[in-house]
Ligand binder design. Sequence first.
Ligand SMILES: Cc1cc2nc3c(=O)[nH]c(=O)nc-3n(C[C@H](O)[C@H](O)[C@H](O)COP(=O)(O)OP(=O)(O)OC[C@H]3O[C@@H](n4cnc5c(N)ncnc54)[C@H](O)[C@@H]3O)c2cc1C
Ligand SMILES: NC(=O)c1ccc[n+]([C@@H]2O[C@H](COP(=O)([O-])OP(=O)(O)OC[C@H]3O[C@@H](n4cnc5c(N)ncnc54)[C@H](O)[C@@H]3O)[C@@H](O)[C@H]2O)c1
Length: 462
Amino acid sequence: MTDLDTDVAIIGAGSAGLRAYRSAAAHTNRVLLIEGGQYGTTCASVGCMPSKLLIAAADAAHRAHDAAGFGIHAGSVEVNGAEVMERVRSLRDKFVSGVVANTEKIPAERRIHGYARFEDARTLRLDDGRRIRAQRTVIATGSRPNVLPMFDGLGDRAVVNDDLFRWTDLPESVVVFGPGVIGMELGQALHRLGVRVRIFGIGGFLGPLTDPRVKDAAEEIFGDELALDTDAQVESLEREGNEVVVRFRDQSGALVEERFEYLLAATGRRPNVDNLGLETTGITIDDTGVPVFDHSTMQCGDQPIFIAGDANNESPVMPDAFDEGEIAGTNAGRYPDVQPGRRHCSMSIVFTEPQMALVGTRYADLPKDDYAIGEFDFSGQPRAIVMRENHGLIRLYGRPSDGTFLGGEVLGPRAEHLGHLLAWATDAAMTVDRMLDLPYYHPVLETGIRNALHDLKHKMRA
Ligand SMILES: Cc1cc2nc3c(=O)[nH]c(=O)nc-3n(C[C@H](O)[C@H](O)[C@H](O)COP(=O)(O)OP(=O)(O)OC[C@H]3O[C@@H](n4cnc5c(N)ncnc54)[C@H](O)[C@@H]3O)c2cc1C
Ligand SMILES: NC(=O)c1ccc[n+]([C@@H]2O[C@H](COP(=O)([O-])OP(=O)(O)OC[C@H]3O[C@@H](n4cnc5c(N)ncnc54)[C@H](O)[C@@H]3O)[C@@H](O)[C@H]2O)c1
C-alpha cells in the first residue's frame, strides 16, 4: 500500500469540498480529493433537491385543492403516493448523476476513496491504512442528522431525511420531532400530500426565525393548517408493533395518545468533525467540538488547516458551503499567502408555504441602541389577495445613524424572491432611501417590501 504526498488534501467531496478542490487546483496541481462515502453531495442526494421535489408535489396537491376558491372545480383530488415518490427519486437520481459525472471529470489519480483522519497537522491516515502527507488540508466533511437518544427504542420506525427519500410510497401518518427548517419543509409537504402529520417542538422555536413577531405570525398560520406545537409536552414515546405511540399533553393540558407509522427525527444536524483526530493537529476546538476558525479566511488558528461547509457549523446552507469552499480552497492552494475572501450577506430561505426568508442581520443580532424596525402585513396586500396567498409578515431592520438597510425576516408568499431582492440590497450596502428610490411595478408582491421600507424610514426618523 503506497503512501501519498500532496500540497493540498480536501476531505469530503460534497458541495464545499468540490468547490475547494477547484479553487485549490487553480494554484497547484498537487491536490487530492478524499471521499469516504458515495459521490453526489448531500444537497443533491438527500438535501436541497429531493426536499424541493417533494414540496413541488405538495404544492401541486395544494393548488388542486385550493382551485375551488377561484371557482375552478377539478373534481376530487387523488394523491398517488407511489407516483409522487417515483418522481422524487428519479429526478433526484438525475441530479445526483450530474454531480457524480462532474466529480468524475477530476483525474482519477487525484481522487482518493476512503475515510481520513489526522495523525498530525500535516499527516492524514485513511481507513485502509494509507498515509497522506499533506502540506495543507481543507476539512469539508459536512454534517449528519442529530438523532436523539429518546428515539432509540423506535428502531426502523424512526427515520431521518435520508430514509424518507428512499420511500416508494407515502405512509399514512408521520410524527415530526423538530419544527426547524427540515421539519417544517417536510412536515408541511407530507401534510399537503394527505399524510396525517403532527409536529412537536421544544422551547417555542420555529424554522430559523428569530423575530418574535414573525415567529408568532408563522405559528398562527402553520398552526391553522396542521397539528403543530412548538413547545410540546411529550410524556412518552414508544414502539408498539410497527407503530410509534406518542403520549403528549394537548393545549388544554389533557393527556392524549396518538399512533403514527413513522417518526421523522428533524432535531438539528451535527458537524462531522468528531472522528477526525482534530486533537492531534494543535488547532483550538470550541466546546461543541468544532475548530475555531477565521470567518474571512476559513483558516483554523495558524495551522495549515481550513474548514468549509456544514463541518464548521456556522451557516449550514448550500450558498455558504460554496463561498466557504472557494475561500478555503484558494487559501490552501496559495498558502502561506492567506487572504480574506469574499463573503456574501447571509441568507436563509425555507420552502414552506408561506415561505420564510432571513437576510443580512437577523433580529437576534441587531446592534443594541442603533436599529429601527419597519413592518408590513400581507393580509391586505392586493397581489397576495389576487393569488389567495395573503398571509405573512415582513419585518425589515435599518440603522438610523446612517440610514443603512441591515436585513430582515420575511414570512410570506414567494419569499424566496423577495429575500433575494433584500439580499442584493444588503450586499450592496444600500440605504433605505436608495431602496425606496428603485422601481416597483403594480400589482406585485414587491410593493410589500416598499410598504415595509416606508414604515422603516418613518421609524428611523422618529
Ligand atoms: C433535508 C435537507 C434539505 C436542505 N435544503 C437546503 C436548501 O434548500 N437550500 C440550501 O441552501 N441548503 C439546504 N440544505 C443544506 C445543504 O444541503 C448543506 O448545507 C450542504 O449540502 C453542505 O455541503 P457540505 O459540502 O458541507 O457537506 P456534504 O455535501 O455532506 O459533503 C461532505 C462529504 O464529506 C464526506 N466525509 C465525511 N467525513 C469524511 C472523512 N472523514 N473522510 C472522507 N470523507 C468524509 C461525506 O461522505 C460527504 O460526502 C439542506 C439540507 C438537508 C439535510
Ligand atoms: N431550505 C433550506 O435552506 C434548508 C432546508 C433544510 C435544511 N437546511 C439546513 O439544515 C440544517 C438542519 O436542519 P434541521 O431542521 O435539522 O435543524 P434546525 O436547527 O433548523 O431545527 C431543529 C429543531 O429541532 C428542535 N428540537 C430540538 N430538540 C428537540 C426535541 N427534543 N423535541 C422536539 N424538537 C426538538 C429545535 O428546537 C429546532 O426547532 C438547518 O439549520 C439548515 O441550515 C436548510
